[in-house]
Design a binder for this molecule. Structure first.
Ligand code: T3D
Length: 275
């Protein structure tokens, strides 16, 4: 992974991938396994917004500093941790979700470029679902995924109730969510929860290669594909076909379609530039 050039709770670094730039965002609270507090949420959202606004960026990679990817909500953060004093008022976890986790999921699913999660270590609770919200998830063999919510009396959030059954089906989704067991990366790949599991020393190069490939592809088509698949979950076939026609009409007028077909005919590599 390229060296970060900005200090802070989210390290942001840029790599020139030939066809465009790849922005790598590294969650940087390693002593807490990159668990989320308010500051980390704000830093991640600002970094995602900056990447979305930068026309040079054609792919984003999210990873974690240290031995963890993200341990979900920081359970020591006063904003979320229940007071252990009898009679203390309960914390408004719903407010926390509305303020931080919902915008994060919505930002990830509407990014104008593909997003890759490079899961370098344990991904628990909201940290697991942060990874699963990304478009492609590649994980180190030593990494794991834990739907830790039930163990502390909560439901899967950060899109978990929506994502899990869609990714692995109801039976496995419920198994993961109700039991909260640690799922090693290799099994996560076998279940279809993630795209790929690689040896630890291959994670950075694999994620960088995937990101470079995506950066060279027709960005608008990739983003429209994510959008169509997300939307199709609540549509009947006829409506999904309408939506495909609508997206194809739009993309068929774009430069990247002309370029893709021209490159095919001329037997050369395409140079996609739409975003
Ligand atoms: O609650 C709300 O606000 C609503 C939103 C909820 C979203 C959620 O994400 S709920 C789920 C929250 N996350 C968890 O329940 C996971 C808690 N962590 C763990 O179960 C374990 O730490 C792991 C399985 C992730 C890793 O275990 P292990 O043995 O590899 O590491 P460790 O020793 O437990 O943790 C290392 C350090 O990270 C440790 O600090 P210390 O003792 O060295 O100073 C530990 O306290 C800290 N840490 C790990 N997870 C969190 C954390 N600190 C704060 N919050 C955490 N979530």
């Amino acid at each position: 992974m390229p060296l970060p050039d900005t200090p802070g709770l989210v390290l942001s670094s840029m790599a020139d991938a030939g066809a465009g730039r790849v922005c790598t965002l590294t969650l940087n609270r390693p002593a807490q396994l990159n668990a989320f507090n308010g500051e980390l949420h704000e830093a991640l959202m600002a970094a995602l917004d900056a990447a979305a606004a930068d026309a040079q960026v054609r792919c984003v990679v999210i990873t974690g500093a240290g031995r963890g990817f993200c341990a979900g909500q920081d359970l020591a953060d006063p904003a979320a941790a229940p007071e252990l004093v009898p009679g203390a008022p309960p914390k408004d976890l719903g407010g926390l979700i509305e303020r931080h986790y919902r915008p994060l999921v919505q930002r990830l699913r509407t990014m104008p470029v593909p997003v890759v999660a490079a899961v370098n270590g344990v991904a628990a609770g909201a940290g697991a679902n942060l990874a699963l919200c990304c478009d492609l998830v590649v994980a180190a063999r030593s990494a794991s995924f834990i739907q830790a919510f039930a163990k502390i009396g909560l439901v899967p959030d950060t899109g978990g109730t929506w994502l899990l059954p869609r990714l692995v089906g109801r039976a496995r989704a419920l198994g993961l969510a109700l039991l909260g067991d640690k799922l090693p990366a290799e099994q996560a790949q076998q279940l279809g929860l993630i795209w790929q599991c690689v040896d630890d020393d291959q994670l950075a190069t694999t994620a960088a290669a995937l990101a470079a490939r995506l950066a060279a592809m027709p960005t608008r088509a990739l983003v429209a594909t994510r959008q169509a698949m997300d939307a199709a979950g609540t549509m009947d076939l006829s409506t999904a076909l309408d939506e495909e026609a609508h997206l194809q009409r739009d993309l068929g007028r774009a430069h990247d379609y002309l370029e893709g077909v021209a490159a095919f005919r001329e037997k050369r590599a395409p140079r996609f530039s739409d975003r």
